[in-house]
Design a protein around this ligand. Structure first.
Ligand code: SF4
Length: 446
């Protein structure tokens, strides 16, 4: 039994016995605005290029000194937040505190379709609504099929559980030695720092936990996780995720990163985040000064569609890249959002320009209520085939299915090896040309 509460302040859907499930506050609401002047030490000698979306010129300025806004974003701010200053708008805490979380607020900005409106009247919608004003500015107010809109505004299809779907399809809960930690592969662990995100993706693999306030950066829980890592020398790689780890304030992040760095066998730390796409204001010079103290530190950035690659996102990625943080992307293949070769190629090209190396293209996990997002696997293979050879190798991500039940990521590739002859492999290239490679026959060697 669940209860939908809708006021002009917020809409939340609660199981009848769980008031603690309200997506309420960011885990660290201390002031973290970046109001310090940029440090020369964190700016690369050669500045990155930013597309000025107004003049079309390429600007070369230190990333931390570029304060451009896309025209669409500026127009949205003027229309819906006329008294909000640019300084407030560019303050990530302001963005977080002013997220769109209620039906009333949403309706003041977009014309909802029947399928969207119905989602708010059904009681079993577990994932809260949350959209930063910035991301809202990228959403088409009158087109329910617009790709970005489909990723963050719920539709009634979320309430339908189709065969094969589950709340925890990857079996993470069964591979969790400590609450909020998943140890699936031998040499690395996933550590969830918080279940809070500034913007909730409707296809989130962890929609069973995110936004409910159950996973917090609580010191006791994290100490248990650190102790587990300390006692497991095989762990050389720790991936911090959530929720979004960058929703934590600098002090908490510094403590966590320092704690991990003090463990001798932890070689690399990775952070998974969607912040550059949904809340680029969070990437401040203060934050990158902090992060660069903990190298080798890598980041996996969640991007879904080329429309997310705005001036603001360019600036955020440039700050991170200038701090020496290797950036990779993670993209979920979504029906009607990015399931065309042209769209995916455009996204990969934009990412490369932002110095983000396309890393994974994920087949959408079969979470409960995801059928309207999932494509056949053949679609993912078609997209990889449309990228490989047609664009730089750096622009081709690895397409993976995360095996239901906890089997881990399994890479899938179009078939390029089409036959085997006694002395040769028969291969097909990207243009469907057939070639023979003279295979080394083991018994003929030596
Ligand atoms: S940002 Fe990541 S964790 Fe947060 S809702 Fe989106 S997919 Fe889930």
């Amino acid at each position: 039994m669940q209860t939908a509460i809708c006021t002009d302040k917020q809409l939340v859907v609660l199981p009848s016995d769980a008031s603690a499930e309200v997506d309420d506050e960011p885990p660290n609401s201390g002031h973290c605005a970046d109001d310090e002047p940029p440090s020369g030490a964190c700016i690369a000698a050669v500045s990155p290029a930013f597309p000025d979306t107004v003049s079309g010129r390429i600007l070369r300025l230190p990333a931390s000194r570029v304060n451009l806004s896309s025209p669409a974003v500026r127009a949205f701010r003027k229309r819906h937040y006329p008294v909000v200053t640019a300084r407030q708008w560019n303050d990530w805490q302001w963005q977080v505190n002013n997220r769109i979380r209620t039906l009333a607020k949403l309706e003041s900005m977009v014309t909802l379709s029947e399928a969207e409106r119905l989602a708010f009247t059904r009681a079993n919608n577990l994932l809260p609504l949350g959209i930063t004003p910035y991301y809202m500015s990228l959403i088409a107010p009158d087109d329910p099929q617009q790709p970005l809109r489909r990723t963050v505004i719920p539709v009634v299809d979320e309430m339908v559980c189709s065969p094969g779907e589950a709340d925890d399809p990857l079996g993470e809960d069964a591979q969790s030695p400590v609450p909020g930690m998943v140890h699936r592969y031998p040499d690395r662990v996933l550590l969830l720092l918080t279940d809070f995100c500034s913007t909730y993706c409707r296809y989130c693999t962890r929609s069973r936990v995110v936004g409910h306030g159950r996973i917090t950066p609580n010191r006791n829980r994290l100490e248990r996780a650190f102790t587990y890592i300390e006692n497991t020398p095989a762990i050389r790689d720790v991936l911090l995720s959530g929720g979004d780890p960058l929703m934590l304030g600098e002090e908490k992040l510094a403590w966590i990163l320092a704690r991990l760095r003090a463990i001798p066998h932890v070689e690399i730390i990775r952070i998974g985040t969607k912040v550059p796409a949904v809340l680029p204001q969070r990437i401040t010079s203060r934050l990158v000064r902090l992060l660069r103290r903990f190298h080798p530190l890598w980041m996996s950035l969640h991007f879904t569609h080329p429309d997310e690659c705005t001036t603001e996102a360019f600036r955020a990625c440039a700050l991170l890249a200038d701090a020496g943080i290797p950036l990779g992307s993670q993209t979920v293949l979504l029906q009607g959002v990015n399931d065309r070769v042209e769209t995916m190629r455009d996204l990969m090209h934009q990412l490369l320009k932002m110095r983000v190396r396309p890393y994974y293209l994920y087949q959408c996990d079969p979470i409960t209520g995801s059928a309207h997002f999932r494509t056949p696997v053949a679609k993912g293979l078609e997209i990889i085939r449309g990228l490989r050879g047609f664009t730089s190798g750096y622009g081709v991500p690895t397409y993976v299915v995360d095996a239901p039940g906890g089997g881990g990521k399994i890479p899938l590739m179009p078939e390029y090896m089409v036959g085997r002859e006694p002395q040769a492999l028969v291969l097909r290239n990207y243009e469907n040309g057939i070639f023979r490679y003279p295979e080394v026959v083991p018994e003929a060697v030596g």
